[in-house]
Design a protein around this ligand. Structure first.
Ligand code: IPD
Ligand code: CA
Ligand code: CA
Length: 266
């Protein structure tokens, strides 16, 4: 498959960081048995992957700004372009030796996401999308799933954990969604959740709070695969509200409605 020069740059950065993460993931599996566990090691792996991506992207496109999970915002001379990067999405899985994690890289041009790459090195699955050019997994073109009824749908989510999110509100949402769908999945990497919606593996997805680096590439991926992504109110402020709801047109609409319902005892 012929990719644009821009996607090639992004893919190269993601694959190089992916090789580094894969080596470290092997080591993490060995460290599981130690009392302290591999957490310092994982922080290092995360930072190393970010270094690699930063170096690769800065070399290929000098002057572009960055928003990276570890470094935060880095200004560039070019105020039209910004890379939005999560070098390791699914840290908890990585730490526990679960091979569901990813690298997420998006490019924003004048405030609009124009390209996205999500790579799961453990499964060697590479997701790419460019605005107007469709979404792909490796060389296969992606299309969101065709199911239109929530009762047939498998929906991804992120369950808030210790110190994160509003647990009471989330339980209300989960209760409503679990009562109306064929199943709910918690994969542990929001970027991959969105890639899975694009690939038709998940019929829909919702989560909050999520940062721009968790969702930027995935939002484009879903839209380029023919799907819908909004914030929880149905608007386009996913970064500002930190909320994301995704699916094909019918599932997205139904999910938005279900998430708004009060709890009804059943
Ligand atoms: C996390 C993952 C996870 C989501 C969390 C995110 P991290 O990112 O995307 O699926 O539920 O809220 O923070 O911390 O592994 O980069
Ligand atoms: Ca993340
Ligand atoms: Ca991360």
């Amino acid at each position: 498959m012929a990719r644009s020069a821009l996607l090639n740059v992004m893919v190269q950065a993601a694959m190089k960081a992916g090789r580094s993460l894969s080596r470290d993931f092997g080591e993490v599996q060995n460290l599981q048995v130690s009392l302290k566990g591999p957490s310092d090691y994982v922080s290092q792996a995360d930072r190393k992957a970010e270094e690699i991506i930063h170096a690769e992207l800065s070399r290929a496109r000098p002057g572009y700004a960055f928003l990276m999970e570890e470094r935060g915002a880095v200004d560039g001379e070019d105020d039209q372009h910004r890379w939005i990067v999560d070098p390791l999405d699914g840290t908890t899985n990585f730490l526990h030796g679960i091979p569901i994690f990813s690298i997420s890289i998006a490019l924003e041009r004048q405030g609009q996401i124009v390209a996205g790459v999500i790579y799961n090195p453990a499964m060697d699955e590479l997701y790419t999308a460019e605005r107007g050019g469709g979404a792909f997994m490796n060389d296969r073109r992606l299309r969101v799933a065709g199911r239109t009824k929530l009762s047939d749908a498998v929906i991804g989510t992120g369950i808030p954990h210790l110190g994160r999110g509003h647990h009471g509100n989330y339980l209300v949402e989960l209760r409503n969604v679990m009562g109306e769908t064929a199943g709910v999945r918690r994969m542990g990497s929001a970027a991959l959740d969105l890639a899975y919606v694009a690939a038709g593996r998940l019929d829909g997805f919702w989560e909050e709070p999520l940062a721009p680096w968790d969702t930027a590439a995935g939002i484009l991926m879903v839209r380029e695969a023919g799907g819908f992504v909004t914030d929880k109110k149905g608007g386009n402020d996913m970064f500002g509200t930190t909320t994301v709801v995704a699916g094909n047109e019918a599932i997205h609409r139904a999910l938005l409605k279900t998430l708004k319902k009060p709890v009804t005892p059943r």
